[in-house]
Each structure stands twice: as structure tokens, then as C-alpha cells.
Design a protein around this ligand. Structure first.
Ligand SMILES: Nc1ncnc2c1ncn2[C@@H]1O[C@H](COP(=O)(O)OP(=O)(O)OP(=O)(O)O)[C@@H](O)[C@H]1O
Ligand SMILES: [Mg+2]
Length: 357
């Protein structure tokens, strides 16, 4: 499959104020698992619908290699794009058996009977449902139905698989299993996939690369590690995982490290940085993830008052007051409320240009 190219995609619904998708660009490589991640209403489904040809873009260009799906002058119908698509609701035909559900797209494509049978067998094997051929959807679990929906999207060998929150109907445990299974299936089929989710854990575990969307725009695009370890802006740090933010002033900056003063407490801290753009006197925002604090800490530490402790099984959730700012920390150690020092790991904090988000 050639790469999928989305360039300056814009979609403005009639009568709507701002664009639902606003100048979005990305390229998905052959065999890649690419995820659009973002909160409700950020434009994920609209982007996917534009790729599928279910929505006509207001601007931009979408192409699979040299085949233009849509641009200013071209608009290919969905059936001309050879895509497999699974929606949040599996939309299986309730009055048809699994085999009949799978046969439908093959009949539409006028494949001969033996070829249809062979493909149905193959794909049911791939999704692990060989013995469910003649069952009806209501005779299957939610997880199994979801597999049938995927099988139906794969049965006619599409060049591109588009998945819009396909696991969101499953309960938490089934979702975990389905994630591992889906990743495995995508790898073995080797199909280029665009996946939509608002679930950051799902995005991190499944994806080769992630585009973080908000208000119709791409905030950051990168591998799961890049997005999590090197968030470009506070909004990404806070959406992927949980992050605390404190206003600070840069005292000095050199050799990949900055010394800064936390405004709320006057505390001086040192933090490793990747970019050398910070200058003494800059107002910045210090970002620290909830799970990265040393609790209690001694070096490079903030004076705080521990105000709340919640037991949550694998760890404790803490609420701390830091000079009037509420911080959240997560730690396996049990610490009693009171005054203490909260360690900030030099290599586990972020320095963002500008004031609080
Ligand atoms: N058919 C439509 N007509 C007008 N506005 C629409 C239409 N579909 C979506 N929108 C608006 O476009 C924006 C993006 O919607 P979209 O469905 O792409 O979001 P999403 O990221 O998929 O959200 P969710 O996670 O809730 O599914 C929203 O503000 C939504 O209200
Ligand atoms: Mg959606």
C-alpha cells in the first residue's frame, strides 16, 4: 500500500463558527499504525470521515500515493478508495449470520462464490472466530461482535483500515485484551491503519505514531515515547498522562540544564532540558508528572504540605499544597499528611516557555 498523505485538510460544517478540522497535515507510512488522539469534539471522526470520503473536505488534499482521493478538483466516492472501516457501533446486520455479514461486501464487489467462501474462512481464522460462521450477532459477546466487525472490514483486502473508537463498547478488561489482539492482527495483516481514540493509554500501547489533536489542529505528532517523554507544549503534557504546572523564572541556563526559581515558594531547582532556548530572566512553566516526584525527597526539592492521601490499590494518590498551588502526586510509598520536601527529578521535569497554560 502506498503512503496515505493528508495535506492542509480543512473541514468547515455549514453554519458552524470555527472549522472542525483546521489545516491538518500528516503522512501515514505503509503498514504503520497511526492514531488520531484528542478530547471529544477535536475533529478526529471528521478527519477519518474525510479520508473515507464520507465527508467532503472544505480544503486540502488527501491521496494514497499517486491516487488522489480528494483535492480542489477531485473527489473519489468511498467505494473507489478501497478502505476498510469500523465504527464505534459495529453495525452488524442482526438478522444475518456472521458468514452472511462478511459475504455482503464481497457480493457487492461481485466476487465468485468459491472466492467469497475462501476469504470468509481466511478472515475468520485471522480474528479467531472460525467456529462462529453460522452464528447470529446476538449469539455472540460484545468482544466477538467487535471482531466480526473487524473481519468484515478486512475481508475484501482493503489497502487502508480506518478505525473509529472500535473498542469503546467493551468493558475495561475486554478492552485490554482487545488492544493486544488488535495490535497483533494489524501487524500480521500488515495493513496501514488510521485509528481514532480519546483514550491515551490505548493510543500509547497501539500506535507507531500519534497525532494529538485539539480544536481541529495537530498539537504534536510523534511516537508514543516522544509524545509522552517530550511533550511540546503543556496541553500535550496534561492530556497524555497527568502533569503539574508551576510558574518559575530562569536564573541561569547552560549545558542542557536550567536553574530556575519556583515563584510560589522561592525554591531554586535544576532541571535538564533538551533545547537551549531558555535565557536568564525568562518566565517559564515547570511541568512535573504526577508519578515522577520523589516523595519524600531531599535534593532538588520543593517544600510542600501534604493535605490528602487516597489509596488506589497499586499506589497512593496525594494532594499537596505548594505555596498556594495544588499539586498531585502518585506514589507507591505511604506518606503521612504534614509538611515535607517533594523531590523534583532533574531528568523528569519539563520547562515550557511562557506562563501557566
Ligand atoms: N455533521 C456535523 N454538522 C455540524 N457540526 C459537526 C458535524 N459533525 C461534527 N461536527 C462538529 O465538528 C467538531 C468535530 O467533531 P468530530 O465528530 O470530528 O469530533 P471527535 O473528535 O470525533 O469527537 P468524539 O470524541 O466526541 O467522537 C465538533 O465541534 C462537532 O460538534
Ligand atoms: Mg468521534
Amino acid at each position: 500500500m502506498p503512503e496515505l498523505i493528508v495535506e492542509h485538510l480543512t473541514k468547515r460544517y455549514p453554519g458552524a463558527g470555527r472549522a472542525a478540522v483546521d489545516d491538518v497535515s500528516f503522512t501515514v507510512a505503509d503498514g504503520e499504525f497511526f492514531t488520531l488522539l484528542g478530547p471529544s469534539g477535536c475533529g478526529k471522526s471528521t478527519t477519518l470521515a474525510a479520508i473515507a470520503g464520507l465527508e467532503a473536505p472544505s480544503g486540502g488534499r488527501i491521496a494514497a500515493g499517486s491516487l488522489v482521493y480528494s483535492d480542489g478538483s477531485t473527489f473519489l466516492a468511498p467505494e473507489e478508495r478501497n478502505l476498510g472501516m469500523v465504527f464505534q457501533s459495529y453495525a452488524l446486520w442482526p438478522h444475518m449470520t456472521v458468514a452472511a455479514n462478511l459475504e455482503l461486501p464481497l457480493k457487492l464487489r461481485k466476487l465468485p462464490r468459491e472466492e467469497r467462501d475462501r476469504r470468509i474462512d481466511d478472515v475468520l481464522g485471522q480474528v479467531g472466530l472460525s467456529d462462529c460462521r453460522s452464528r447470529f450477532p446476538h449469539q455472540m459477546s460484545g468482544g466477538q461482535q467487535q471482531r466480526v466487525a473487524l473481519a468484515r472490514a478486512l475481508v475484501y483486502s482493503p489497502t487502508l483500515l480506518l478505525l473509529d473508537e472500535p473498542l469503546s463498547n467493551l468493558d475495561a478488561q475486554l478492552r485490554q485484551q482487545a488492544r493486544a489482539w488488535l495490535k497483533e492482527l494489524q501487524r500480521s495483516v500488515g495493513i496501514t491503519t488510521v485509528y481514532v481514540t480519546h483514550d491515551q493509554a490505548e493510543a500509547l500501547t497501539l500506535s507507531d505514531r500519534i497525532a494529538v489533536l485539539r480544536d481541529g489542529k495537530v498539537l504534536q505528532l510523534g511516537t508514543p515515547e516522544e509524545i509522552y517523554e517530550r511533550p511540546a507544549i503543556p496541553a500535550v503534557a496534561d492530556f497524555i498522562g497527568r502533569c503539574n504546572f508551576l510558574p518559575a523564572t530562569v536564573l541561569s541556563a547552560r549545558d542542557g540544564s536550567v536553574r530556575l526559581r519556583v515563584q510560589a515558594t522561592g525554591t531554586e531547582l535544576s532541571v535538564d532540558v533538551r533545547d537551549g532556548s531558555h535565557r536568564a530572566g525568562d518566565e517559564v512553566t515547570l511541568g512535573i508528572r504526577t508519578e515522577r516526584f520523589a516523595l519524600p525527597g531531599s535534593e532538588n526539592a520543593l517544600p510542600v504540605k501534604l493535605t490528602k492521601r487516597l489509596y488506589s490499590g497499586s499506589w497512593y494518590e496525594y494532594e499537596l499544597d505548594c505555596g498556594g498551588h495544588t499539586l498531585f502526586a502518585r506514589h507507591t510509598a505511604r506518606v503521612d499528611p504534614g509538611e515535607l520536601m517533594l523531590g523534583v527529578p532533574r531528568d523528569g521535569a519539563y520547562v515550557f516557555a511562557g506562563g501557566l497554560p
